[in-house]
Every structure is written in C-alpha cells, then in structure tokens.
Design a protein around this ligand. Structure first.
Ligand code: DHB
Length: 387
C-alpha cells in the first residue's frame, strides 16, 4: 500500500501540471540575438544592458502576461545569427526577433523573418537598405546616410574644402562614403581620396600615412562601434591632429562607450549622430542615471536603439494582447516615442526610423569627455530612401 507520504509528491506534481501549462501560455517570448563575444561585444553588452533596464522599469509584463527575453550570442557571425533565429522561431515560438549588431547579421536573418512572418526589430545595424530586405523589419537604430549627409553639410559650411574619407569596407561604410562625398561635392567641396579598412582586425597605420601625405583640411571617418578608440590612438600617435588635419565623422567614432578613455586627441572632434549620453533632456537624464545605476557603464547609441526597440515591441504587444506576426508588425508601424535621443517615429511606409540628427563636438564636461550637441536637424528621414 502506498503511504500518504509517498503519494504526496505525486499529487502535488499532478496538481501543478495544469498550472505550469497555464503559465506557459501566459508567457510571451522575444528572441534577442546579439554579438556578446568577439569584436562587436560592446554592442551586445550595451543593448543587453538597455533591455534589462526596460524590463526592470516596465515590470517585464504586457497586459498581465510576462515577456521573456531569450538572449543569444551570435559572436558577430552571420551563419550563427541565422541558425539562432531559426531555433528561436521554430522551437521557442518567439513573437519577435530583435538585436542585430552588424549589417550582415540582419541581412542573413531577413529571409527567415519574411518566410515565418516574424517581426524583426533591428536595434543596431545601420545600412540604409536593411529595411528593404524584408517587409517584417522595423528599425530603431539609425542609418549611415542620416549621419553622413548632416556632417557633409556642416563641413562645407565651416571652412572645410578638401576632405579625405575613410570607412570600413562593408554596407554601412559604403553608405557613409557615398552620402558624405555626394553631399560634400554638391556643397562645393572636394574629396581627394576614398580609403577603406577591413571589418575584421583593421590596421589603420597605412591609411593614416596616406592621409598625412594628402594633407586634407579634414578626414571624414566611419568605423563600426568598438573601433573608435584604437583609431583615435593611432591618429594621435601619427601626429595627424598636430598636422592640422581636422577629424570629422559619424558619431560611431566618438562612441560614448569608449569616448571617456580616448584622451585629449578626441577633444574638438566634430561628428553627426542621433544620440549622445550628454543629450540635454529630462527623459535622457533619467535614462542615463538609471542605466548607469543598473549596468555601471555609460550608455551609448546602441543602448538607446535597444531600449527604444524593446519599448516598441512592448507597445506593439499591448495593442495585440500578446499576439505576434502581422498584427504585431502593424502595431509597431507608425509609432511615435519620446526617446532619450529626442522624438522618434517609425515611419509606417518605410518601417525605418525618423529622428533628429545632432552636430556635436567632443568637450570635457565635469572632467569627463562628452559629445556636446550644438546644432540640430529636425526629424531626418533616411536620405538613402529618397531616390
Ligand atoms: C553597423 C555597426 C556598427 O557598430 C555601427 O556603429 C554602425 C553600423 C552595421 O554593421 O550596420
């Protein structure tokens, strides 16, 4: 005869079963694929920190249902991103995919988003054409043409006549080079040379020597997040700052993640971008304070793309009561949010972000290096889609 003592665990297990099934149905899953290791690990660390912050601030629930974010590390390798996305959609039944730290990782996943009708929120990658790779993509980061056109106009108006461009040789670098040089030429400037470095393990010494010899008024640079500090060090070591060559670029090179450690060589560098940790607004002051309290490091533009992206998913899920697919996509299109960067809109037609672009100069503020914004271009649509 089974004793009462032996039966109890069995009963409690049976009693717990429907409950477990119930709570499983109450969970909405979101897949977050990031480079947590490898060359772009700072992008993953920033976005993960921002998503953690949003989950803490929101209570991690929509309409009484828990939102579970499954974080996967693709190490910046496109085949891995695609495989992880497949597993998240097929096995975990996520309602949305998010993250995408580099352009090739987003492009590799786009066909899966289309086939499975899974909304895909691009929080980092910034090549203009990404949103055209699948009708299920929405973007909360930025596009390189948004930043490159703004700095080209600023340069032409501020005494820079002869420039050289230097970009990383892949999607966003192509965009930065093309949109900088086209707009700079249109405004009367000359681009004396267009230089490129590889995405993996770049060596800046040979190109910097070339720039020195060309003696431009300014060097325009785009490098992906994480490469700015090494570049800035070599720019200083080769004495280009002392040779009177101004450094300008997209804000990726004065990335707030690394800026404070770059030293005096970064002072005075002028860039165009959509976010600075020093952005002066109540929403941003709270964002930076809460982010630093939780993560112990300064948020950069990747963090803002991650925070806004997760808020966008939550807003969408509130409207669909937790459903994914076409309903979630429709609910995210056309959303307006007050972001730490300023007002943003997810354009309903292009599914791309419309946002203010700021011209900023690196200055020392209270002993810390910051991108200090001094001029604003309001609500910039991606110039890459205007043709
Ligand atoms: C991309 C990656 C970055 O780190 C960045 O700063 C800009 C663009 C990209 O691969 O799209």
């Amino acid at each position: 005869m089974p004793t009462r003592r032996r039966l109890l665990p069995l009963f409690s297990l049976l009693a717990a079963l429907p409950l477990a099934a119930q709570s499983q149905a109450d969970v909405v899953k979101v897949g977050l694929i990031l480079p947590m290791t490898g060359q772009s690990a700072s992008t993953g660390r920033q976005i993960e920190g921002a998503v953690k912050l949003w989950l803490a601030q929101s209570g991690g629930k929509v309409g009484g249902r828990k939102v579970e974010v499954l974080v996967k590390d693709d190490a910046g390798v496109a085949d891995t991103t695609r495989r992880l996305a497949q597993e998240l959609v097929v096995n975990d039944k996520v309602v949305a995919l998010a993250g995408f730290g580099l352009t090739p990782l987003a492009l590799a996943t786009a066909p899966l988003a289309t086939q499975s009708k899974t909304p895909m929120v691009v929080m980092a990658a910034a090549t203009s054409s990404i949103t055209e790779a699948s009708p299920y993509i929405v973007r909360t980061s930025f596009t390189l043409p948004q930043a490159a056109v703004s700095i080209a106009e600023w340069a032409a108006k501020n005494g820079i006549r002869k420039a050289v461009s230097l970009v990383t040789d892949y999607g966003p670098g192509n965009d930065a080079e093309k949109f900088f040089s086209d707009r700079f030429l249109l405004n009367g400037g000359v681009v004396a040379d267009k230089l490129r470095t590889p995405l993996r393990s770049p060596d800046f010494a040979p190109v910097l020597q070339k720039v020195r010899d060309l003696k431009p008024d300014a060097l325009f640079v785009f490098l992906p997040s994480g490469q700015g500090a090494q570049f800035m060090k070599q720019f200083g070591e080769r004495g280009l700052d002392k040779a009177g060559i101004r450094l300008i670029g997209t804000g990726d090179i004065t990335d707030d993640d690394q800026l404070n450690d770059m030293g005096d060589v970064a002072l005075g560098v002028v860039t165009a971008h959509h976010y600075a940790a020093a952005h002066n607004s109540p929403v941003n002051k709270k964002f930076v304070a809460d982010f630093q309290a939780l993560n112990k490091f300064r948020p950069n533009f990747m963090a803002v793309g991650g925070w806004d992206g997760m808020r966008l998913i939550f807003k969408g899920l509130e409207a669909t009561k937790g459903a994914g697919g076409d309903a979630l996509l429709a609910a995210m299109k056309g959303q307006m949010l007050e972001s730490p960067r300023g007002p943003i809109l997810v354009d309903a037609q292009s599914r791309d972000i419309v946002q203010d672009i700021y011209i900023r100069k690196v200055e020392r503020v209270d002993g810390q290096l910051h991108n200090v914004e001094f001029s604003t271009q309001k609500q910039v649509k991606d110039p890459g889609k205007l043709k």
